[in-house]
Write a protein of this length. Structure first.
Length: 281
């Protein structure tokens, strides 16, 4: 029996098992540190909020801003994507979203002295579909926050991320109707980037479609990109939906978007994300 346990086969199994246990413990420890860091970000309000202007491409007038909440980079979260990907794996999505809404509304309101027409500007806030499905979200938390900062629901556009998270479009559309009745509007992000984004555009009937930046970059050199943008624009016009082109960084791309008749634009060429609207205006 003892010899069997010391056989190369058993030694190999034992070695593999010890590696498995070590790897699992290491993952648990790493997950703990990530979770602790997430709690610290919320507790100490470590997110930095940037506002990027959204511009009417014909008049060049700013119609609103997208609130971009960015965490400090760290060993565990070397970039923004890893931070937000981790939140999606935890049970903290609703709590984190409430925190983001709070600081976005507060910091937007704090900038009112820098934009005399801020009360008329739209504020685009990113939101995970599962958060809208959460029963706690339907308790009026957002309306209470808006009232606190003297903002109106018709200024707020929920920009849906992670379209793959929508499983039941019939149910989700009913929930969106609940928010529309209160004055909120809906935007679908990254339209044209894949099947789920196109399905969301058709099923959810958003007020705004945000074209994926992959359709915009160097579109002057790619007729297929121009055709796709034209198709989406035709659909949007027929369904009374406004189109926002994201990732505009080149004059050549802006010129073609204007020629095609795209309604609005967002990107470094039109305005970089800034903490203060004073630096934008």
């Amino acid at each position: 029996m003892q010899n069997n346990l010391l056989s190369p086969f058993h030694i190999s199994n034992l070695y593999s098992y010890m590696n498995f246990v070590y790897g699992r413990e290491k993952r648990i420890a790493l997950d703990y540190f990530k979770f602790a860091e997430l709690q610290k970000v919320m507790r100490d309000q470590l997110l930095t909020t940037y506002f990027q202007p959204i511009t009417h491409l014909s008049t060049q007038k700013v119609i609103g801003y997208e609130a971009l909440n960015r965490p400090p980079f760290s060993k565990h979260f070397p970039n923004t994507e890893t931070f937000y990907d981790y939140i999606g794996l935890t049970n903290q999505a609703f709590r984190f979203d409430l925190y983001c809404r709070n600081i976005s509304f507060e910091r937007f309101h704090d900038n009112i002295t820098y934009d005399s027409n801020l009360e008329e500007r739209l504020l685009f806030v990113n939101i995970h579909p599962q958060v809208l499905l959460d029963s706690d979200y339907k308790s009026g938390e957002t309306l209470q926050l808006l009232k606190r900062y003297n903002l109106s629901p018709n200024q707020i556009v929920f920009e849906l991320t992670e379209k793959k998270a929508v499983k039941d479009y019939v149910l989700f559309e009913k929930i969106l109707s609940h928010y529309r009745e209160q004055g909120f509007r809906i935007a679908v992000d990254d339209a044209g980037s894949g099947y789920n984004s196109l399905k969301s555009v058709v099923q959810l009937k958003p007020e705004f479609i945000k074209l994926d930046r992959s359709l915009i970059h160097y579109m002057d050199e790619n007729p297929d990109q121009q055709k796709m943008v034209s198709l989406l624009l035709d659909f949007a016009n027929e369904s009374h939906t406004s189109v926002i082109a994201e990732g505009i960084e080149r004059v050549e791309d802006l010129t073609i978007l204007q020629e095609l008749g795209v309604h609005y634009g967002q990107g470094f060429l039109l305005g970089k994300p800034r903490e203060s609207l004073k630096s934008i205006s």
